[in-house]
Design a protein around this ligand. Structure first.
Ligand code: FES
Length: 357
């Protein structure tokens, strides 16, 4: 019997006013007409709670693009789920935030693209976005929502890390998640443009080390270093099919956000299967669950139960083989491919390929 999931990411919609080149959503977006209805989502939330899910992350696209966001939060709270809204802030008015507060929304994660309008609006491809976001942040603070700032870092903004952490302090965030860009979905097309240099990454690590020391007790800093400069892979999703699941806007259930890039897997929908059955019995969730499927190199490694072979989608994207060890791992032959990519691509100049709706 598989472990039970603790968290579910509900991608309510792929619609989004921003056009970030690092967007991790898939190349093919789900159209509005194909999105689950309010009632269908409410049913998924109830099923998730029954299955054992405790935390619900409401994401997108931009979840505020759903006019029924308030009803969805009410439904999730009625199901007994802890609710976290992951948002760019665009589309959240003072009145909507007040209603969400009354409905019991537990937490907000606000994404920031940069530390000033110049860079943030350029990266997000949305003029005026930064100023609107700052207004939304003021309302978030006034209603007393616990706030996490989400900052995706890449070559063009990683040197602003000290100012980004200062921004978290200014906005009253309790936590900041500094995640170096992960190359999945749309972001893959911008990899050469967004990959930070090794020197940038080393400077960023030093900034984070000092900041953790200086902000202890009032700001939690989570730092996700860039995979490509690491020696060993991360335990993606804490292990495939162990603690979390994603539901896409049309109700397809995935073991991770990028799982649809693995072409030999097919994924079930909440429209056809009960959520618990998908979690326990579907072929996709069982494909890389546990460690039995790992190749001999990983089976004999002392990190086998630490990283579970790393990220399946990364192995797929870089090696074309989802069953191979994550090429980030220094012990694997795939690492040479990753190193060649880094040498060839890092520092290349190119225009952003924006994610257009
Ligand atoms: Fe799919 Fe890592 S993103 S396993």
């Amino acid at each position: 019997m598989a472990d039970l999931p603790l968290a579910m990411l509900a991608e309510l919609t792929h619609r989004c006013p921003l056009m970030c080149p690092y967007c991790s959503n898939p190349q093919e977006l789900t159209a509005r007409e194909a999105e689950l209805t309010t009632q269908q989502w409410a049913d998924v939330f109830r099923q998730a709670a029954t299955l054992g899910v405790l935390q619900l992350h409401l994401s997108g696209g931009e979840p505020a693009s759903r006019r029924d966001l308030l009803d969805l939060v009410i439904a999730a709270r009625e199901a007994g789920l802890y609710t976290n809204l992951i948002t760019s802030g665009i589309g959240l008015t003072e009145a909507r935030l007040e209603a969400l507060d009354k409905a019991g929304l537990d937490h907000i994660q606000l994404s920031v693209q940069g530390v000033n309008a110049d860079i943030a609006d350029r990266i997000g491809g949305y003029k005026g976005g930064f100023d609107r976001k700052m207004h939304v942040a003021e309302h978030i603070a006034r209603f007393g929502f616990p706030l996490t700032l989400n900052a995706v870092m890449h070559r063009d903004n990683i040197d602003d890390l000290p100012a980004t952490i200062a921004m978290a302090e200014r906005l009253g965030a309790r936590r900041i998640e500094i995640a170096c860009v992960q190359f999945q979905g749309w972001a893959l097309a911008n990899r050469a443009r967004l990959q930070p240099t090794r020197a940038q990454v080393e400077r960023a690590k030093a900034v984070v080390r000092d900041a953790i020391h200086n902000t202890a007790g009032w700001l939690v800093i989570d730092f996700v270093p860039p995979d490509y400069y690491s020696d060993f892979p991360k335990a993606c999703m804490s292990g495939w099919g162990t603690t979390g699941l994603n539901v896409t806007p049309d109700g397809t259930v995935l073991p991770c956000h990028a799982a649809q890039t693995i072409p030999h897997l097919s994924f079930e929908s909440v429209k056809d299967w009960p959520l618990a059955e998908i979690w326990h019995d579907s072929a996709a969730f069982n494909a890389y669950r546990g460690t039995d499927w790992l190749p001999p190199l990983c089976q004999s490694c002392d990190r086998r139960d630490v990283d579970f072979g790393g990220c399946r989608c990364q192995a797929m994207a870089i090696l074309g083989d989802a069953s191979a060890p994550d090429p980030v791992c220094r012990k694997t032959p795939g690492r040479a491919v990753l190193d060649t990519l880094l040498t060839e691509e890092t520092g290349q100049d190119a225009a952003y390929i924006y994610r257009r709706p």
